[in-house]
Ligand binder design. Structure first.
Ligand code: NDP
Length: 329
C-alpha cells in the first residue's frame, strides 16, 4: 500500500516538499471493518485549509500521517455485515491505495448507475454543493441573472448548467483561460470571460449589463467586489469558497465596496454543503435524470497514480483542471 503523508505545513503556496509518499502493509480488517482498494481519490480546494494548524469546521491534517478526503473503490476484505468483497463504496479515506475503515463509515454505491468517479464529482459532494448553494442558499428563481466564478471548475460548471435548467434568464461565468471560456459557452452559459483579460468589474459589466440577481462565489477577492457592484437591489450571494485567498499570508485587499451591501439590501450567505444533506435524495434524483437525458455535461481531469496526488492537488490550485480534479489509483 502506498499513501501520501503531510510532511510539513505549507506557508503560502504549497510545494511537493510538503508531501511524502510512504509505503505500508496492506491492512487486514478487524470486526466490523472493511478494506477498500481505492480506484479514485478526490483532491479539493478545502484541503488547503486543513493543511494549516488552525481550528476550523474540520480539524487540521496531522503531520506525518496520511491525508484524507473523498474516495471511491472496491471492498477487497470484509469483517462486516452488509458489505462483501466486490462491492463499490464511497468513503472518506482518500490519498492512499488501500483504506481500512469501519463499515459504518462507507456508503455503498451502484457502479452500474454511473461511472464510479461520478460519485466524487457530478453525483457527489461537488454536485450537491452546486445544487444546494444555488437553489437553497441563494434561492435562485426562474428569470434571474446568475454570475458564477471558477465557472469551469467542478462546482462552478454545474452551477451554471443547473441555473439554465431551472430557468435562469442569463448566466455568466468567469474562468482563467480562453479554452475554459470556450468550454463554458459550449455548456450553455450565455456569457463568459477570462478574468485575466481586464478588471473583473469591467468584464462583468459587459457580460451582464442589466446587473446580477444571484452571485455564486467560489473565488472571493476581486470577484466578490465586482459582484457586489453588479448586484441588483435585494441580490443574493451564496458564499461557497474564496480560493483566491487560500494561499495568502496577508488579509485580502478586496472587497473594498462592502458598504454597498446596505443600500442595495444584499444578502451574502456563507454555507457548507454538509448542512444540506437533507437535499441529497432530491438532488441525486434530479441530477441523474438530467444526466440520463443528456442535459448536463460534466468534465473530469484525471491524474494517474497515487504518487502524483500532490501534483494533482497543486495543479487544482493553479487552475490546471477542467471540471473535477481526480486521481486514479
Ligand atoms: P474547482 O474545480 O473549481 O477548482 C478550483 C479552480 O479555482 C481552479 O480550477 C481555478 O480555475 C480556480 N482558481 C484558482 N485560483 C484562483 C484565483 N486566484 N482566482 C480565480 N480563480 C481561481 O474546485 P471545486 O469546484 O472543488 O471548488 C470550487 C470552490 O467551492 C472552492 O472555493 C471550494 O473551496 C468551494 N467549495 C465549498 C464547499 C462548501 O461546502 N462551502 C464545498 C465544495 C467546494 P481558473 O483556471 O478558472 O482560475
Amino acid at each position: 500500500n502506498r499513501e501520501i503523508h503531510l510532511a510539513a505545513r505549507p506557508q503560502g503556496w504549497p510545494t511537493a516538499d510538503n508531501f511524502r509518499l510512504v509505503e505500508t502493509e496492506v491492512p487486514t480488517p478487524g470486526p466490523g471493518q472493511i478494506v477498500v482498494r481505492n480506484r479514485y481519490v478526490s483532491v479539493d480546494p478545502y484541503m488547503r485549509g486543513r493543511m494549516n494548524d488552525v481550528r476550523s469546521y474540520v480539524p487540521p491534517f496531522a503531520l506525518d500521517a496520511p491525508l484524507d478526503g473523498g474516495a471511491v473503490g472496491e471492498v477487497v476484505a470484509s469483517e462486516a455485515e452488509g458489505l462483501q468483497p466486490g462491492d463499490t463504496v464511497l468513503h472518506g479515506l482518500g490519498w492512499r491505495e488501500y483504506a481500512l475503515l469501519d463499515a459504518r463509515a462507507a456508503r455503498k454505491v451502484d457502479p452500474d448507475l454511473a461511472p464510479v468517479s461520478a460519485y466524487l464529482s457530478v453525483l457527489g459532494m461537488t454536485g450537491l454543493t452546486a445544487y444546494a448553494g444555488l437553489l437553497d442558499v441563494a434561492g435562485m428563481k426562474a428569470g434571474e441573472t446568475v454570475f458564477v466564478s471558477a465557472a469551469a471548475g467542478a462546482v462552478g460548471s454545474l452551477v451554471g448548467q443547473i441555473a439554465k435548467l431551472r430557468g435562469a434568464a442569463h448566466v455568466v461565468g468567469s474562468a482563467g483561460s480562453a479554452a475554459k471560456v470556450e468550454r463554458l459557452r459550449a455548456l450553455g452559459f450565455d456569457a463568459a470571460f477570462d478574468y485575466h483579460d481586464g478588471p473583473v468589474r469591467d468584464s462583468l459589466k459587459a457580460a451582464a449589463p442589466d446587473g446580477v440577481d444571484v452571485y455564486f462565489d467560489n473565488v472571493g477577492g476581486d470577484h466578490l467586489e465586482a459582484a457586489i457592484s453588479a448586484m441588483k437591489v435585494h441580490g443574493r450571494a451564496a458564499i461557497c469558497g474564496m480560493i483566491a485567498q487560500y494561499n495568502d499570508t496577508e488579509p485580502p485587499a478586496a472587497p473594498r465596496n462592502l458598504a454597498l451591501v446596505i443600500g442595495k439590501r444584499l444578502t451574502l450567505r456563507g454555507f457548507l454543503v454538509g448542512d444540506h444533506g437533507h437535499l441529497r435524495d432530491e438532488f441525486v434524483r434530479e441530477m441523474a435524470g438530467w444526466l440520463r437525458d443528456g442535459r448536463v455535461s460534466y468534465d473530469e481531469t484525471v491524474v494517474d497514480g497515487i504518487e502524483n496526488a500532490p501534483e494533482a492537488f497543486l495543479g487544482l490550485l493553479r487552475g490546471e483542471n477542467l471540471g473535477k480534479m481526480l486521481v486514479r489509483v
